[in-house]
Design a protein around this ligand. Structure first.
Ligand SMILES: [Zn+2]
Length: 321
């Protein structure tokens, strides 16, 4: 529990929450009651009904989805969750020198342009620099689903956080388990890693390196997501839809009987072809394709088994964009 330093209301907090959003007045504050000003949000553009329609539209177009899905689906749960993210701008400049790899080509084959009998790799010193501006995004609380973490946030459209706007949709605004100082430190580390990746594309070994990392504008932004659950037939399926953009972040959906039957049919065919090729390869049948029998036969047989398993299993499908 915590007491709001601005409206005096008591509210719930979880373990590790250190930057708190009062659910009564919406003020972002530290645990000692200091107001945090750089608090933004992305505005909702898809209300509950629109998010549900967008989801069903999208799901209906997926491979193997039942044709009556949009008409027959019934929504069981719909909750708008406002997830906290820290966004940090980091200007990075790295100078490096190290050892790069180069190749020398010898003895081109006379009949084959561009093909060489011998390629020799040589090491040679290399140096350079990378100047980049990174926009680093860090989840403000643990337990945010990975697909939600990865989904694009239109940060250019950010506005100051409005408690009234979140309340309009009965949204639940999550506290942050990270404060600004920690977010800045983490952003700096992530930017450093990104610079390292750029450098390691150029050299295999770094002998000298200097980095200048300037952590600039850093703010907390709350991003609204519709967490939905619907029923189709006997199954229940979960989905997340970005309330700002209508982007289907993640969705589970049923496969139609026809699609699953088709999977089993193709699987059986592949299995038979595979078995035939294997038999040729191993000499039980006259060899039509002696070289490839065992390898491709094995691949076909395996593919067949996988398809049949997918067709038979009742597990729902999950698609990501
Ligand atoms: Zn308050």
């Amino acid at each position: 529990m915590a007491r709001c330093a601005f409206c005096d209301a008591d509210f719930e907090t979880g373990p590790g929450d250190i930057l708190l959003i009062c659910p009564y007045c919406g003020t972002a504050q530290t645990t000692d009651g200091t107001k945090f000003k750089d608090h933004y949000m992305i505005r909702v553009h898809f209300n509950q009904t629109e998010a549900q329609t967008t989801l069903l539209d999208w799901v209906s177009k997926q491979l193997g989805a039942p044709q009556d899905l949009a008409a027959a689906a019934r929504f069981l749960k719909y909750k708008q969750i406002w997830y906290p993210f820290w966004i940090s701008r980091v200007d990075a400049q790295s100078e490096y020198s190290g050892i790069g790899r180069d190749a020398e080509f010898h003895n081109e084959w006379p009949q084959r342009r561009g093909a060489y009998k011998r390629i020799r790799f040589i090491e040679k010193p290399e140096s350079g620099q990378f100047t980049r501006r990174h926009e680093i995004k860090i989840p403000g609380t643990s337990g945010i689903d990975e697909d939600v973490q990865r989904h694009p946030i239109p940060t250019r459209a950010k506005e100051f956080f409005s408690h009234a706007h979140a309340e309009e949709f009965d949204g639940k605004v999550l506290h942050s388990q990270m404060n600004e100082e920690q977010a800045r430190a983490k952003a700096k580390k992530i930017a450093h890693d990104k610079q390292t990746a750029l450098i390691m594309d150029e050299v295999t070994k770094v002998t000298h390196r200097t980095d200048n990392l300037d952590v600039g504008e850093t703010y907390l932004v709350h991003v609204p997501v519709w967490e939905l659950e619907y029923r189709y037939g006997k199954g229940k399926y979960k989905a997340s839809v970005a309330a700002a953009t209508g982007y289907v972040i993640e969705s589970k959906y049923p496969r139609s009987m026809a699609f699953r039957a088709m999977g089993i049919g193709i699987g059986l065919l592949a299995l038979l072809v595979g078995a035939g090729l294997l038999a040729m390869g191993l000499g039980y049948l006259p060899p039509l394709f002696p070289m490839f029998g065992i390898v491709s036969g094995g691949i076909f047989a395996l593919l067949g088994l996988v398809l049949m398993y997918k067709g038979i299993s009742r597990k729902e499908a999950k698609e990501e964009i």
